[in-house]
Design a protein around this ligand. Structure first.
Ligand SMILES: Cc1cc2nc3c(=O)[nH]c(=O)nc-3n(C[C@H](O)[C@H](O)[C@H](O)COP(=O)(O)OP(=O)(O)OC[C@H]3O[C@@H](n4cnc5c(N)ncnc54)[C@H](O)[C@@H]3O)c2cc1C
Length: 670
């Protein structure tokens, strides 16, 4: 990044750093070559005049945002083709910079439509659809959620009834609540979609299955007969995405349009069920691990913005007549921002772990060996929820930490927030995800109680809970991990005991589940939190970290662990695991860690290696020239392009000079 014009405050911060930023940036991305390649690709986007001339999305209407999003996505795709980039990770680096937080209206085509064909279609279906989808003749999305049901997939009402006479399925939306509602890229962009519908054949229902459905003409984009489709209207964010609704009126589609890799309907209507219903787990793990990384990235970017800005912003004389300190000097600012910085590192490492583990077991999944899947599936569901909650709440804190300017779109923070927060809902609502994880934990608990050995990471379940913490003034990483293991093991047991006592008291299984669900939620959260701490501790043992970087990362990791305990103290203290004295060690250590991290705070956010184009923030600029940037942003606002705004003639002039009312009436009629 250019060192030109960097404010003295940021230049001084960088010169004070005690570790090599490049070393940490390489570690986080997975090596020097990858970092170089990422920078090379992002630099192409940064230099491209096409992106430079784009209007700021913040000054656009939703329709303009959609238009701009589409034109950018198509341009980006062409560029990737021209550059011959087929590797997903490389395409991501380029797209991350070029799209700069713009949720692509073609996003679900890449993220869901193509992968669903790849994973769920037969070889013949792939041969037919993939060339069309890869060349954008077919543009598609994935339509599952309905107006009445999102979470409860078995409750979906869209029907696909097989007619053996014509060898077709009849797709129908029999009720108002059965219309598809929310799918991204559906309203105006897609001409096809994979639809999740209840399969009926030979008079029997076989549950939800996937069907390829053409909804618009591939010639002129007109909506096909039997289909009603449109956008759902403006949302909290996602202006570039045409989330839509879709209804079917007894639409007939060929039998071959059911995605038949795992289950089939024969010509005579005979249904063949999948060999293993858990085969869908693989795609879910993949998507959820990418959501963990997206959330981590959002939080990391918010930290870059708020920490750089806090190093530039000065406020309030420390003593009468004294210099105004950088707001980053305030301990309360450090208390709010540094744990979030630690969280951003932890979540990035967690996302990486789940993704890499998925890649390792993917071959086994394809061969139908799902042994390691339940653990990974439960972890990815919980982490998806844990990370999106943590990141959303953290981004909002980062925004508040920027004072008034954090509220301006110029800060980039509101946009990051609205991009990350729907991750709490899509691909499985967070509470429901946590309860899925809890279900797995309950199974593990009962196996542990029967004396069975548990796999890998869940071995802590069922451990002896009569221990006390080994924590000393030093705050050893091993004692931190032990504390998180103890808390998770205790909460898993407490939830299991509660379930058991409700059942023994005469409640039915589902009643006992609901009556224990708050405790189940606590247990699942503690499990995910433990994973993040343990994974962080393991990750920083990497040989590729220089000793100086490892020292700094140890402090960041300690802060992550210590702050997490202090924020959830009741859960760690309830059974007397920590003494009051030990809590004192933790509190003192947290304050000491703020002092340790303070000289490296800017370097630690620099190591995330986000160019200004990715951050799109006047406050988070690498050069720290925030005030000029805010002024330029204000000057570029459309309302500043005329001296007198049209509303003056419409509303203000008649108010100021009532005799001009008739003019106003004239104006209103125009
Ligand atoms: C921005 C955005 C993009 C989306 N994109 C797509 C898309 O591309 N394709 C698609 O098909 N869908 C999409 N969705 C829909 C999304 O997947 C659903 O909204 C999501 O699955 C949640 O379902 P729901 O809306 O029915 O929530 P509900 O299930 O109605 O949840 C409402 C509340 O009920 C609680 N609840 C529900 N069930 C339980 C339970 N069993 N136990 C305890 N509590 C429960 C939840 O915790 C939540 O608090 C998108 C949604 C958003 C916001």
């Amino acid at each position: 990044m250019s060192q030109e014009n960097v404010t003295p405050d940021l230049a001084r911060e960088r010169s004070k750093a005690t570790f090599d930023v490049e070393n940490l940036a390489e570690f986080m991305i997975g090596g020097r070559d990858r970092l170089k390649r990422k920078r090379f690709l992002q630099n192409i986007a940064i230099q491209d005049p096409f992106f430079k001339k784009q209007k700021s999305w913040a000054f656009c209407s939703v329709e303009e945002q959609y238009d701009m999003g589409l034109s950018k996505s198509i341009y980006i795709q062409k560029k990737l083709q021209e550059m011959g980039i087929t590797d997903m990770q490389e395409a991501f680096y380029y797209r991350e910079c070029a799209a700069a937080h713009e949720n692509s209206p073609l996003g679900l085509h890449y993220a869901m439509f193509l992968p669903t064909i790849n994973k769920q279609a037969t070889p013949e279906q792939k041969k037919k659809w993939l060339p069309l989808a890869e060349s954008y003749k077919m543009i598609g999305t994935y339509a599952q959620t309905e107006l009445g049901h999102g979470t409860f997939i078995r409750g979906l009402e869209t029907r696909a009834t097989y007619d053996p006479k014509t060898k077709e399925f009849i797709l129908d939306s029999p009720t108002l609540t059965s219309m598809k509602y929310w799918p991204g890229c559906l309203g105006k962009t897609s001409n096809h979609c994979v639809v999740m519908a209840q399969l009926y054949t030979q008079g029997k229902s076989h549950g939800p299955h996937m069907f390829m459905v053409q909804i618009r003409s591939m010639e002129d984009h007109s909506v096909l007969p039997g289909i009603e489709v449109g956008v759902i209207g403006n949302k909290f964010g996602y202006g570039t995405n045409d989330n839509g609704f879709l209804r079917f009126d007894k639409l007939r589609i060929p039998r071959e349009n059911m995605l038949m890799r795992y289950s089939q309907v024969h010509e005579d209507g005979t249904y063949v069920k999948p060999q293993n219903a858990k085969l869908a787990y693989g795609s879910m793990v993949l998507i959820r691990s990418s959501i963990v990384s997206d959330a981590a990235r959002g939080l990391a970017q918010a930290c870059v913005i708020s920490i750089r800005y806090s190093a530039v912003r000065r406020q309030t004389e420390a003593y009468p007549g004294g210099e105004e300190p950088q707001i980053l000097e305030y301990q309360t600012q450090q208390y709010r921002l540094f744990p979030l910085l630690a969280s951003a590192y932890s979540l990035q490492l967690a996302g990486k772990y789940v993704f890499n583990t998925y890649l390792e077991v993917n071959d086994q999944i394809e061969k139908g060996n799902l042994e390691s899947m339940p653990e990974l599936h439960a972890l990815s569901a919980g982490l998806k929820a844990f990370s999106t909650y943590e990141a959303s709440a953290g981004i909002e804190v980062c925004r508040i930490c920027c004072g008034g300017h954090g509220y301006s779109q110029a800060s980039g923070l509101p946009k990051i927030y609205v991009d990350v927060v729907p991750g709490c809902t899509y691909e499985g609502e967070n509470t429901v995800m946590m309860l899925q994880t809890a279900r797995y934990l309950m199974k593990c608990y009962s196996r542990a109680k029967q004396g069975q050995k548990l796999p890998g990471f869940v071995q802590y379940i069922g451990q002896n809970l009569n221990k006390k913490s080994c924590m000393s003034e030093e705050i050893a990483l091993g004692c931190l991990v032990m504390a998180y293991e103890h808390r998770a093991a205790r909460l898993v047991e407490a939830a299991a005991m509660r379930m058991q006592s409700l059942i023994q008291g005469g409640k039915k299984q589902h009643e006992a589940w609901n009556g224990s669900s708050v405790q189940l939620l606590w247990a699942a959260k503690a499990h995910c939190h433990l994973f993040c701490v343990k994974n962080f501790v393991d990750a920083i043992q990497a040989k590729s970290l220089s000793s100086k970087t490892a020292t700094v990362m140890k402090s960041v990791c300690q802060l992550y662990g210590v702050h997490g305990i202090l924020e959830n103290l009741g859960e760690f203290m309830q059974d007397g695991f920590f003494s009051g004295e030990q809590v004192g060690y933790l509190q003192r250590k947290m304050l000491a860690l703020f002092e340790d991290i303070r000289p490296n705070a800017v370097a630690l956010v620099d190591a995330f290696d986000y160019p200004d184009m990715v951050l799109s923030s006047c406050l988070g600029r690498y050069d720290g020239q925030v005030y000029q940037a805010l002024y330029d942003y204000a000057k570029s606002a459309p309302m500043n392009q005329t001296e007198i705004h049209s509303t003056y003639y419409k509303h203000l002039r008649p108010l100021i000079n009532p005799e001009t009312t008739s003019d106003a009436m004239q104006f209103a009629k125009l």
